[in-house]
Write a protein that binds this ligand. Structure first.
Ligand SMILES: NC(=O)CC[C@H](N)C(=O)O
Length: 313
C-alpha cells in the first residue's frame, strides 16, 4: 500500500509542488528575527519518507533552514523523558490559547500564571528550563544530541548567525522570560533559559532531517529504519496531541479540518508532519500566511491529504 502511494507521489509531487509554489507570492518571509529575512520568498521543498527509508522529494528540499518552533515538540518530549508528565504539566498547561504564539496576555489573566501549552513561546521557554543539565551548555548539548539521534544525522548543528540574531532581537521572548520568572515558573537565570531556547530554535535542518524526525513520531517513538526505540510511546502520544490542537498556531483548527494530520510549523517556514504508521514529512516554504504558516506548504499538504485520504478524522 505504501509502495503504490510512493509511486503515485513520485509522479504527482514535482508538478503539484510547482503549482503550490505559485502561492508564495501572497505570503511574507518573517523579518522580526533579522537573519530570517534572508530566506527566498519563492522557495518550496518537501521530503516524504517511509519506514523502509524510501523517499520522494521535490523542489528546494536540500536548502537548510532553522527549526524554530518545530523544535518545541522535541524539547517537550525530552523534558517529559527527563522528569515525567506530572512535573512538566505542573509548570505548563495543555490547552490552546487563541492568541499569537508570542503573546503574554494570558500569563496575567490566569492563576497560577503558567503558560497555556508547551508550543507557545512562553510554554517552550518554560520547557527549556526543565531540560536536565547542570548549566545552559549541558542542557543545549543534550537537546542537540537528542535531535541528532531522532534525525539520524550526527552533523545536525546550530545556525550561529540565526542564534545571534535572535539573541539580539528577542525582546518579546525576553519579557516573557522575566514575566515567567516573576510568576515563579522559571527557577533558573532568565538569560540562561533564553539561551537554551534560542539555541534549539536555531538548530539547522533540511526537509530530509525533519522527515526522519517525523517518521519516529509516525511510528510511535521507534525509528522504523534502525528499529531503535527513541521515545516512549506515551510521550509521542502527548506530542502528537499538542501538534493537532496547537501545532499550527491559531490555524490549528482549520489545518485539522483541511489536512487532518498532526503537524508543527516554524517561523522559518518549516512544517513537520506525519501520516501515522506510514510517512514522515518535512517541508519548507519561508513565505508565511497571515497565521504564520508556510503559505505554499499548507496549500501542498491540503492537496496531498485530500488526494491520498490522509486525514485521521
Ligand atoms: N513561531 C516560531 O517559530 C517562533 C520561534 C522563534 N524562535 C521565536 O521565539 O520567536
Amino acid at each position: 500500500m505504501s509502495n503504490s502511494t510512493m509511486e503515485r507521489l513520485n509522479s504527482l509531487l514535482p508538478e503539484w509542488l510547482e503549482t503550490s509554489r505559485l502561492h508564495t507570492g501572497q505570503g511574507e518571509v518573517a523579518s522580526y528575527i533579522p537573519e530570517l529575512v534572508k530566506a527566498s520568498q519563492d522557495e518550496l521543498g518537501i521530503h516524504i519518507m517511509d519506514a523502509e527509508g524510501n523517499h520522494v522529494s521535490a523542489g528546494d528540499c536540500g536548502v537548510p533552514f532553522t527549526m524554530q518552533s518545530i523544535s518545541k515538540v522535541f524539547t517537550l518530549i525530552l523534558a517529559l523523558m527527563d522528569h515525567g508528565e506530572e512535573a512538566v504539566f505542573f509548570n505548563v498547561g495543555k490547552e490552546p490559547t487563541g492568541d499569537d504564539y508570542d503573546s503574554m496576555i494570558k500569563l496575567e489573566l490566569v492563576d497560577p500564571g503558567i503558560p497555556f501549552n508547551p508550543l507557545i513561546n512562553a510554554g517552550a521557554i518554560t520547557v527549556s528550563s526543565l531540560i536536565a543539565g547542570d548549566c545552559k551548555e549541558e542542557k543545549s548539548r543534550r537537546i542537540l544530541e537528542f535531535f541528532r539521534k531522532l534525525a539520524n544525522n550526527e552533523r545536525l548543528n546550530y545556525n550561529e548567525a540565526v542564534f545571534q540574531s535572535e539573541l539580539e532581537s528577542g525582546h518579546l521572548n525576553r519579557s516573557l522570560g522575566y514575566f515567567l520568572k516573576h510568576n515563579g515558573v522559571l527557577k533558573d537565570d532568565v538569560e540562561d533559559v533564553l539561551a537554551v531556547y534560542f539555541r534549539h530554535c536555531s538548530i539547522e535542518v533540511t526537509c530530509a532531517d525533519l522527515a526522519r524526525m517525523a517518521l519516529v513520531l509516525a511510528y510511535n517513538g521507534t525509528d522504523p529504519i534502525t528499529g531503535e526505540e527513541l521515545i516512549p510511546r506515551r510521550y509521542v502520544q502527548i506530542a502528537k496531541t499538542f501538534m493537532t490542537t496547537c501545532g499550527m498556531y491559531n490555524a490549528s483548527g482549520e489545518f485539522a479540518i483541511q489536512v487532518g494530520l498532526p503537524a508543527k510549523s516554524g517561523v522559518s517556514g518549516g512544517i513537520l508532519t506525519l501520516v501515522p504508521g506510514q510517512f514522515g514529512i518535512g517541508l519548507v516554504g519561508p513565505a508565511l500566511n497571515r497565521k504564520g504558516n508556510s503559505i505554499a506548504g499548507v496549500h501542498l499538504l491540503e492537496r496531498l491529504s485530500k488526494e491520498f485520504d490522509w486525514s485521521f478524522f
